[in-house]
Ligand binder design. Structure first.
Ligand code: XMP
Length: 518
């Protein structure tokens, strides 16, 4: 059998100087078919050399290179004869290293600018005089370093793109990674293919082939267990591992009683019937609902559900015997997070998900998605033949509907919420907006209000509708969905869900609110 293509042979490194766009650079590079990894700017030279990169990109960053303690990378990277592209802060750093003069300008240049070519070069092939680029900087090169030449200038920056005369060190003042720079992707492509001379080995297909091969080699004869939630990450992990080792993968799907309407059937149908995965379905509905009886405190609910889940999962693992690996859906942002410079943040909510399984189980971790971003996981999922309704599934919290019923979680209240939630899903999907919205769901508020139906007075529940747009759930804004859709949802809920006579729309953003209510 032929060995799969190893796209790591063509790795590009991105050194992160703290720009909000660093991950975007990485995603663009990968979209262009080149595998890349992000490292903190202070990565040591030995490590860089051991990774044997085809190119190095220095990101932008919020600091000024004129500050005495400005973040700097190891100067040695400029002598490795590996192509370097400095973006914004990266460009200024290059200028400083090579003894040019950089200073804070009085005016910050922010937003659209036009660039004009001064000299033809492979980096700017396809760029025309007057093309729009996106600027966001305060520092400026005042004097070019010796041995460098200008490739382009903009209305405000005499040195919008520069290059060392003898070699492959480049810098751009603008941000090629953002979509406000229409030719940005072309410029990155030029850097990768014409300067770093890569072939473009990274694709969903090459990822899948290599991942399957690696899983087979790693696991050998042992068995693997995986908690399946029906969410996109655990679904892709399960499918990938299944393709690699088939029957040696055991998935456990726990019904915790607070899943959405039809969720159990959908997951069983997709994974058991269609993908033929070895799936153990555990119906623990009663156990969870009994444990939640009378509990109103959100953190208590979360803890009860998390603990019970782990207990059940451990029991299942034990029953199977000879399990050596736990497969889970760790993604690349989690990997970067552990090496980045973010400070400690207060616990707002204790999150529970299938990824947080116990360390004491002493299983080796199998994390086949740890190189991927979320959107890449979806593309890989498609490549693996996972149905769209799973791939584009909205994030759903581990504690499920329990944290969307404010106050006590009873079966009756669960029924109301499930029905309302299913109408929302239905209407949002029917209107074709389900790929753009981060989440859309119902919350059951513990108050009753007066209404009138026919000639009768009603005194019934209120449902809140929450529809948010977000990139990563760290921040979110309420979605400005058309009034007609809001109207359709509200009418259907009030008409079809008995026990509800009012629907309200949540127009708070995160922060200061959060996406879930509990
Ligand atoms: P908040 O409410 O903190 O939610 O703004 C941010 C995102 O996280 C989801 N969420 C969870 N996901 N386990 C999860 O896997 C949890 O315990 C959990 N709590 C919240 C939430 O749905 C939103 O997408």
């Amino acid at each position: 059998m032929r060995e799969p293509m190893d796209y790591h042979k063509e790795t590009v490194l991105i050194l992160d100087f703290g720009s909000q766009y660093t991950q975007l650079i990485a995603r663009k590079v990968r979209e262009l078919g080149v595998y890349c990894e992000i490292y903190p700017y202070h990565i040591d030279l030995q490590k860089v050399m051991s990774l044997n990169p085809k190119g190095i990109i220095l990101s932008g960053g919020p600091r000024s290179v004129t500050e005495s303690d400005a973040p700097v990378c190891d100067e040695g990277i400029f002598s490795l004869n590996i192509p370097v592209l400095g973006i914004c802060y990266g460009l200024q750093l290059i200028a400083r290293f090579f003894k040019g003069k950089v200073d804070k300008s009085v005016k910050r240049e922010y937003g659209k600018a036009h660039i004009f070519l001064d000299e033809a070069d492979r980096l700017l092939e396809g760029v025309r005089d007057g093309d729009v680029v996106w600027m966001s900087h305060q520092d400026k090169i005042l004097k070019m370093p010796k041995g460098f030449k200008t490739l382009a200038h903009s209305d405000n920056s005499p040195y919008a793109a520069i290059k060392v005369v003898d070699g492959k060190i480049y810098g751009v003042q603008f941000h090629p990674e953002v979509h406000h720079t229409p030719k940005g992707k072309r410029i990155l492509k030029n850097f990768l293919y014409k300067i770093c001379r890569v072939k473009g080995l990274f694709s969903p297909k090459s990822f899948v082939e290599l991942a399957i091969d690696n899983i087979r080699k790693e696991v050998g004869k042992g068995n693997v267990i995986c908690a399946l939630s029906g969410g996109v990450d655990s679904s892709v992990v399960a499918t990938l591992v299944h393709k690699a080792i088939g029957e040696k993968l055991y998935c456990v799907f726990v019904n915790n009683g607070v899943l959405r309407k039809n969720e159990v059937q959908e997951v069983l149908e997709a994974f058991k019937d269609k993908l033929h995965i070895n799936l153990k379905y555990v119906n623990a509905e009663d156990m969870f609902l009994n444990a939640l009886k009378g509990v109103r405190d959100p953190e208590k609910k979360r803890k009860i559900i998390g603990k019970l889940f782990i207990r059940i999962f451990e029991e299942e693992a034990e029953k199977l015997g000879d399990v050596r690996y736990l497969a889970q859906g760790t993604l690349y942002p989690d990997v970067i997070e552990s090496t980045s410079f973010k400070g400690p943040s207060a616990t707002i909510k204790s999150h529970h998900n299938v990824g947080g399984l116990p360390k004491k189980m002493k299983l080796k971790l199998l994390e086949p998605l740890r190189e991927l971003f979320k959107d890449e996981v979806r593309i890989v999922g498609k490549e693996l033949g996972i149905p769209d309704n799973i791939i584009y599934r909205q994030p759903f919290p581990g504690p499920g509907l329990a944290i969307r019923i404010i106050g006590n979680v009873s079966r009756e209240r669960l029924h109301i919420l499930k029905e309302a939630d299913s109408i929302i899903r239905d209407e949002i999907e029917r209107n074709g907006r389900f790929k753009h919205i981060w989440q859309s769901f119902a919350i059951l508020i513990p108050v009753k209000t007066v209404g009138v139906m026919g000639d009768e007075r009603t005194y019934a529940n209120v449902i809140a509708l929450r529809v948010v747009e977000s990139e990563d759930a760290m921040t979110a804004d309420w979605a400005r969905i058309p009034y007609e859709i809001l109207d359709a949802i509200a009418r259907r809920i009030i008409n079809e869900v008995s026990g509800v006579n009012r629907v309200v729309y949540d127009i708070s953003s995160k922060p200061p609110s959060t996406i879930e209510w509990e």
